[in-house]
Structures are given as C-alpha cells and as structure tokens.
Design a protein around this ligand. Structure first.
Ligand code: ADP
Ligand code: MG
Length: 235
C-alpha cells in the first residue's frame, strides 16, 4: 500500500468520528503492510448476496460489523463454514435477530474466506506513554487469557528479537508441533512480527495514530499465516 492509502484508511475513520478501525479497514491496513488477510467483501444486508459472494471461495465466514460489539462471537456475530448463498443469508438473518445485535449499530456484515487450519496466535501492540509502541505475541485462547503467556518488546524489533519473543513463550513447544500437533511456520510468524513491530512496521509508522492493535487470531499453518481478526484503536 502506498503511504497515502494507509493514511487514508486512518484519516477516513477519524473523519467519520470513529475511535477504532472497523474490521474491514483494519484488514486493509494489514494487507498494505504485506500481511495476509482473507479475501473479503462487505454485505450491507441480505440483498445482493450473489454479487457479494462472486469471486469468494467457499466455505466463507460471516461476521457482524458494529462499533458497539467488541467480541463478535459472544454476541452471536460470527458464523464459520458457510457453503452457499442460502447459508450466508440465513447467518445474516440470524445475526440481525440476535439479542445482542438487534439493538446495536450495524455497519454491515463481513463475508470472508476461511483461512487454512492452524495454530491461533495473538499479535498485538500498544503504546507506552513514555517509551512508545510495544509489540506482543502469544498463543491464543487460554494461553493468553488464563496463563498470560505473552512476550513483549519495545519497537523497533530486529529479527533476533522476534526469534527470542517466540522462544520465550512457555507454550513455544506447541508451535513446534509438540504432542503430535502440526508445527506452525516460524518464518511466517517472524515475518508478521517484523511487519508490525519492525523499523518500517505498522506500529512505528502510525505511532501517533494507533494506541492499540490486536490481531486475534493470526492463524498459522505449516506454510503461512493469515490475520483473520483485526482491531485497531485510534487516538
Ligand atoms: P471475535 O474475536 O470478535 O469473536 P473473530 O473474528 O476473531 O471474532 O472470529 C472468532 C473465531 O472464528 C476466530 O478465533 C477463529 O477461530 C474463527 N474465524 C474467524 N474468521 C475466520 C476465518 N476467516 N477463517 C478461519 N477461522 C475464522
Ligand atoms: Mg477475534
């Protein structure tokens, strides 16, 4: 992405009075830094789903887009593995009727391709008032929430820092395929960490605009990594 395009994503959200990027804009920003995101389209509702689905590979995922909803799954706002236009329509209708979505402002529904199966990691960033942006990585789910098994570094990180961040995780062995699981591509994770936290990375480039970044999850297979959820807080 040219700097202007990335700048436009952030200034557009600010001009609209938003304090966060919506998922579609967040993923466009990541893509601009060379991070893989699923192919996606935004559906306004259940009309024109033929056009929305045109060119997308099934199965797809549907997700509610709402500035009022932080955890889409908790609100019933994520449906995976949908194989037809009819299934996508039913998913959207179900979301529009869901108790936690009915009263919310809904911008639309993100329809996107499924990422190849893999380990779910979290890659994020936050801005320390004194030291500036920090980049973090951890394994998703209970590892982050219950065990707080994450590692942080001040930006910019070099490749060796990204390596150390991964080796530091208590769950590091899981990424190497412990207990019969498949390994996660170490190269792909390091690449994403550099694109987020490196010298030319997103966090430093937008240090003045982005106060928090959260890719949760980054799905990492043996061969690559895809950012399937993205949240950026501005300010
Ligand atoms: P939220 O965190 O707001 O509940 P996510 O966008 O993270 O919503 O989706 C919830 C879960 O659904 C993810 O953790 C992941 O397991 C799965 N998921 C979401 N999008 C995809 C996708 N494109 N491909 C594969 N799995 C997905
Ligand atoms: Mg998520």
């Amino acid at each position: 992405m040219t700097e202007n395009h990335a700048d436009g994503i952030i200034s557009g959200a600010k001009a609209a009075g938003r304090n966060a990027l919506d998922e579609s804009a967040g993923k466009a920003l990541l893509a601009g830094f060379g991070i893989r995101v699923p192919q996606s389209r935004v559906a306004k509702g259940t009309a024109d789903l033929e056009a929305v689905m045109d060119g997308l590979q099934t199965p797809v995922v549907v997700k509610v887009m709402s500035p009022d909803i932080l955890h889409k799954s908790d609100a019933g706002g994520v449906k995976v593995n949908l194989r037809s236009i009819a299934e996508v329509r039913a998913a959207i209708e179900g979301m529009l009727a869901a108790p936690k979505i009915r009263g919310a402002r809904v911008d639309g529904f993100l329809v996107e391709e499924m990422a190849p199966a893999g380990h779910e990691l979290v890659v994020g960033g936050l801005r320390d008032p004194q030291f500036g942006p920090l980049v973090m990585v951890g394994l998703g789910g209970i590892f982050v929430e219950t065990f707080k098994d994450v590692s942080f570094r001040l930006c910019p990180i070099a490749r060796i820092d990204a390596e150390e961040m991964l080796d530091e995780l208590k769950a590091a062995a899981i990424l190497k395929g412990a207990r019969g699981g498949k390994p996660a591509s170490r190269e792909a994770i390091i690449d994403v960490l550099m694109k987020i936290g490196g010298e030319d990375g997103l966090l430093l480039r937008y240090a003045a605009d982005i106060s928090e970044a959260d890719i949760n999850p980054l799905i990492v297979s043996e061969t690559g990594a895809v950012a399937v959820d993205a949240r950026f807080i501005l300010g």
